[in-house]
Design a protein around this ligand. Structure first.
Ligand SMILES: Nc1ncnc2c1ncn2[C@@H]1O[C@H](COP(=O)(O)OP(=O)(O)OP(=O)(O)O)[C@@H](O)[C@H]1O
Ligand SMILES: [Mg+2]
Length: 279
């Protein structure tokens, strides 16, 4: 369980990257969603004790991030967004070494590394040097480390960015099998909606929504999204598209006016709040 109280981070020049965040997570998988620069990585780095907050406090399973740094580092695994592997070492060697460094015996580390790499469909590439792996495969090696780590809490910063659709599914299914509490960031709303019981939507250093996907979408009950490419001043403009939320019963009326009708997705939470994701 993660609890934060007024957690704030100002970078040099007094830029506020996290603005007094109060949250409590206790679900198995929590997804943090937000556009570039929202503060997701800053948040994860502070919780995993890689970065100190400017003010406020946070705890993970009762351990304070400032006072119990050692306990947190022992019980938490954090896979950074820009993590890179050692080029000449094989996938198997890296996962094994990582586990040994976390206190596993050589035998246990080897067994767990094998199991995790198999599970992520990296069997064929186990003995290939990291330099010869594709970007997506490299991301999967990191997820294998988290999967095998047995940590209480795992932070994954954009584990599926840059993966092809199949690899992405494999990674998400592997994340579903991690026994730990998982906090991940993603730009893929659909996946977050499917995999997590808990969603945190961030923007400009603020948590703008937090809850179960189904609960967050409740305000759209009985509604649809109508969109058109024609300029309209009664719609929300997103790029070249003009969007409004309509009652289901009004769908025909909007179709006849040239609108296209779509089902509500998590994207609509952002759009309705004036926050637009890039992808
Ligand atoms: N070391 C730093 N010094 C100054 N400003 C920083 C630093 N790191 C991040 N920032 C700023 O803080 C804000 C939040 O950055 P952060 O990396 O947490 O966003 P993010 O939500 O992870 O974005 P992305 O989706 O692009 O990874 C951004 O405006 C960024 O420019
Ligand atoms: Mg980030």
């Amino acid at each position: 369980m993660i609890i934060t109280e007024k957690l704030t981070k100002k970078y040099s020049g007094n830029f506020i990257a996290l603005n007094s965040i109060d949250i409590k997570t206790s679900k198995r998988i929590t997804s943090i969603i937000g556009r570039n620069g929202a503060g997701k990585t800053t948040f994860i780095r502070i919780l995993s004790t890689q970065l100190a907050p400017t003010s406020g406090s946070a705890s993970i399973n009762g351990f304070d991030i400032l006072k119990n740094t050692r306990e947190i580092r022992r019980s938490v695994v954090s896979i950074p967004q820009e993590a890179s592997l050692i080029g000449i070492m094989t996938a198997y060697e890296q996962v094994k070494l990582y586990l040994v460094a976390r206190g596993f015996s050589f035998k246990e580390a080897g067994d767990q590394a094998n199991k995790a790499l198999d599970e992520l469909d990296l069997r064929e590439f186990k003995n290939s040097p990291a330099d010869t792996l594709s970007g997506g495969m490299k991301r999967k090696v990191f997820v294998a480390m988290a999967l095998a780590s047995n940590a209480d809490v795992v932070f994954l910063d954009e584990p599926t960015t840059g993966l092809d659709p199949i690899s992405r599914l494999e990674v998400w299914s592997a994340i579903g099998r991690i026994g730990s509490e998982v906090i991940l960031t993603t730009h893929y709303m659909e996946e977050a909606q499917q995999l997590s019981e808990d969603l945190i939507l961030m923007d400009h250093g603020n948590v703008i929504e937090h809850g179960k996907p189904t609960e967050l979408l409740r305000k759209f009950d009985g509604m649809l999204r109508a969109e058109t490419h024609e300029e309209r001043n009664d719609c929300i403009k997103v790029g070249g598209t003009f969007i409004r939320y309509i009652k289901r019963d009004d769908a025909e009326k909007y179709i006849s006016r040239g609108f296209t009708i779509k089902q509500i997705t998590l994207d609509d939470l952002f759009i309705s709040m004036g926050v637009f994701l890039e992808s």
